[in-house]
Design a binder for this molecule. Structure first.
Ligand code: MN
Length: 273
């Protein structure tokens, strides 16, 4: 039996934007639940409670460049890399809906084969730079250590970090990570971005007061407006993106799914316009 993902691969062409689910939460350190996120974010995207226009006026409805792929077939962790690779091989771009943040490493393994000198913009309450976490080098607390030690990106820019441990500060120095900690970030602050850019959006960059559907509550975070403003500010080509760490088991009335869907719309509009 063919699965929907592989059927839809054939519909992709150069310039398509594949929105795909990565239902993987096995490497979450605290709570599971993110694996159920992708379908719920897509449902929120299509919610009749709102429309298909981005804030910047891009009309997403019936845009032939957008392809909803369904979920990457995953039996083991590195199947994620294969799924992303199969989309990139069609000349399409990927916008991945997690899943926990561990998915960023296999995604970037595939992206780095296609795009050289990547800059990653990571919006996140956490650095995810642990050498390993609870003896798992692929933990969702470690993907950016793996990415940087393998040279999969030229620059890693983190914004919103507010949980740096001593070890993670050392790792950041070791890898040359550019960090704008939440305590130092100012609304409207210009980011010195370079392309090609990969955007990794961990929803826990948000203050938990806005977004109950998170595994890790780190107070003192961004508002949805702050994140949308950062997305709008991006002035270099975005070659791919992910939205991770939505945990529907903790959400209230789908509030956080609607925020994720709004971010998804703004990112899609930014990529395609
Ligand atoms: Mn995080």
């Amino acid at each position: 039996m063919k699965d929907p993902f592989n059927d839809r691969l054939e519909q992709l062409s150069v310039g398509s934007l594949a929105i795909l689910g990565v239902p993987f939460d096995e490497y979450s350190s605290f709570l599971r639940g993110c694996a159920a996120a992708p379908d719920l974010i897509v449902d929120a995207y299509h919610s009749a409670s709102t429309n298909y226009f981005t804030e910047l006026g891009y009309d997403l409805e019936d845009d032939p460049a957008i392809c909803f792929m369904g979920d990457i077939p995953i039996e083991t962790y590195f199947d994620i890399e294969k799924g992303i690779q199969s989309v990139l091989d069609r000349g399409a771009r990927t916008l991945s809906l997690g899943g926990d943040h561990s998915i960023a490493y296999p995604i970037l393994k595939a992206q780095a084969k296609r795009y050289k000198d990547l800059t990653i913009l990571q919006l996140d309450a956490h650095g995810d730079l642990y050498e390993n976490f609870e003896e798992n080098p692929y933990s969702h607390a470690s993907p950016f250590a793996r990415i940087m030690e393998e040279g999969l990106a030229k620059r890693l820019i983190q914004v919103g970090n507010r949980t740096l441990s001593k070890h993670q500060r050392e790792q950041a120095v070791r890898f040359g990570v550019e960090i704008i900690e939440m305590k130092d970030w100012e609304r409207g602050q210009a980011l010195q971005l370079s392309g090609p850019l990969y955007l990794s959006l961990d929803l826990d960059v948000l203050d938990p007061g806005f977004a109950p559907g998170l595994s890790h509550y780190e107070p003192g975070g961004m508002s949805p407006r702050d994140v949308i403003s950062i997305i709008h500010q991006i002035d270099v080509p975005i070659i791919g993106a992910d939205i991770v760490e939505y945990n529907p088991t903790r959400d209230i009335n789908g509030m956080t799914a609607m925020i994720a869907a709004r971010f998804l719309k703004e990112i899609v509009g930014k990529i395609l316009s």
